[in-house]
Design a protein around this ligand. Structure first.
Ligand SMILES: Cc1cc2nc3c(=O)[nH]c(=O)nc-3n(C[C@H](O)[C@H](O)[C@H](O)COP(=O)(O)OP(=O)(O)OC[C@H]3O[C@@H](n4cnc5c(N)ncnc54)[C@H](O)[C@@H]3O)c2cc1C
Length: 430
């Protein structure tokens, strides 16, 4: 139970700022261990990112995280930092919780688990589950609360808020990243980290659509709505082994490119560098066209359609209407110079373009960068600079791939901090 002092300041074992995925998970675990927990959030609705995640069906974890080196699914200055948290609290652990609450779920794509729309489950069930877990731990949850200042004495933290002053032994910062400010994202966590001497790895939008300066001028807006499977890669390193490649769908939009493949590559893209898209990953177009040239008298459009049936006709027509291919639209294949076929092959197998920006935090799904992991304990998420201060979830310099990896990091890092506090807290006697 919280304790009130003479000046009416309530004392808690742990205060958590940010009642999103990580904050709710940490609060429930700490509360259920018998410690008093105050969970503060400035928003009027709790768990908004969980609610909108996965189109309302929350891709809450990914089964591929188990049994693999989890660090390859995360982007950070120090991706290995995730290893302990994700092997300590696994996808299977979260699935057990979801099963306990009988929330129907389904696997959609490559280990991605979503609430099952067919059986009328949705993201709201995950939020309710976490809130019930918090109730079981008698967590004191306060919405619409602004934290004005945090100070630390030798024995405790003091939190000045719009609800008054609170003190605690342990303080957890779980205020997430900068994505979608409209539903409550702020840079609060980074400011607290800086206050306590931490460095912040520069932040930028991740899992976000990409923009290109040639888009409108070269008529790419015409392709809006077309989606097709591609292989998409970064080019920031000359060594092929360092290239990051995703084999996913791409979506043309009025403003640039989106779709799972582009969102994934955006987390790795370095401003000023190019990306390469292969529209026909399984076919070497140049070689295939040169071979075909000796066999048939097709025009280019038919040849490409037959070689790569997955490429929509509207896309092929647009591509061939560009120079220099447009001059050969009505020319039978055997009469088209090799040089043109080579150029067409390389433009389709390795279209190298330079994004000039992104949609920004307004629509990004996550934030790259954040609290420097080198200054946090990998097993407990505790600050190495300030005792009893913890950072969990997306505020840390960890961003996962699309597909449930970010929530699993939120759950896993939260459990690390919760376990550490339970082990440490001398008041654990309830
Ligand atoms: C559109 C969208 C879809 C997504 N879909 C998925 C998905 O399907 N699967 C997946 O794994 N990940 C998904 N993500 C990413 C995932 O939502 C986040 O990585 C995850 O929510 C991070 O958890 P967190 O607890 O660290 O932060 P959050 O869940 O963002 O919670 C942070 C909390 O802190 C509060 N807060 C912020 N500033 C303050 C302040 N100053 N004072 C008090 N409180 C504050 C916020 O109101 C919020 O409640 C999606 C993200 C978006 C934007």
């Amino acid at each position: 139970m919280p304790v009130s002092s003479a000046n009416n300041t309530q004392h808690f074992d742990t205060i958590i700022i940010g009642a999103g995925a990580a904050g709710l998970m940490a609060a429930s675990k700490i509360g259920q261990s018998g410690l008093s927990v105050l969970l503060l959030d400035h928003a009027s609705k709790i768990g908004e990112k969980i609610r909108i995640a996965g189109g309302g069906f929350c891709n809450f974890t990914n089964t591929h995280i188990d049994g693999f080196d989890a660090s390859s699914y995360y982007v950070s200055e120090n991706p290995k930092f995730v290893r302990y948290a994700l092997s300590n609290y696994t996808a299977e652990d979260f699935i057990s919780l979801v099963k306990k609450y009988q929330i129907p779920f389904t696997e959609k794509h490559r280990g991605q688990l979503f609430c099952d729309r067919v059986q009328k489950a949705s993201s709201k069930d995950i939020i309710e589950m976490l809130l019930k877990e918090c109730q079981l731990g008698q967590v004191n949850l306060k919405k619409e609360t602004t934290v004005e200042a945090i100070t630390k004495t030798a024995s405790h933290f003091s939190i000045n808020s719009s609800l008054g002053c609170f003190t605690c032994n342990h303080l957890i910062i779980a205020t997430g990243g900068l994505a979608i400010p409209k539903i409550g994202a702020t840079d609060f966590g980074y400011q607290v980290a800086k206050q306590f001497g931490h460095t912040i790895i520069p932040t930028r939008p991740a899992l976000v659509a990409l923009h290109f300066d040639f888009w409108e001028q070269e008529g790419f807006t015409e392709l809006a709505g077309i989606s097709l499977p591609v292989e998409i890669s970064t080019n920031f390193s000359k060594k092929p082994k360092d290239r990051i490649t995703f084999d996913e769908d791409l979506l043309f939009r009025h403003k640039g490119l989106s779709g799972p493949g582009v969102l994934q590559i955006s987390s790795y893209w370095v401003p000023g560098k190019t990306i390469t898209i292969n529209f026909a990953p399984k076919v070497d177009i140049q070689t295939a066209l040169i071979t075909l040239k000796t066999e048939v008298k097709y025009h280019l459009e038919r040849a490409i359609s037959e070689l790569v049936p997955a490429i929509p006709k509207r896309f092929i027509q647009f591509w061939l209407n560009r120079a220099p291919f447009c001059e050969y639209l009505a020319t039978p294949l055997p009469e088209i110079p090799h040089k043109i076929l080579e150029q067409l092959g390389s433009s389709l197998n390795a279209w190298t373009i330079s994004p000039n920006g992104t949609d920004g935090h307004k629509t990004a799904e996550a934030t790259r960068g954040g609290v420097n992991t080198k200054e946090l304990n990998t097993k407990t998420m505790e600050s190495k600079l300030t005792e009893n201060l913890y950072f969990i979830g997306e505020v840390v310099d960890i961003v996962g791939w699309l597909g449930g990896y970010n929530f699993q990091w939120a759950w896993g890092s939260a459990v690390c901090a919760a376990n550490a506090i339970q082990e440490k807290d001398p008041h654990l006697s309830k």
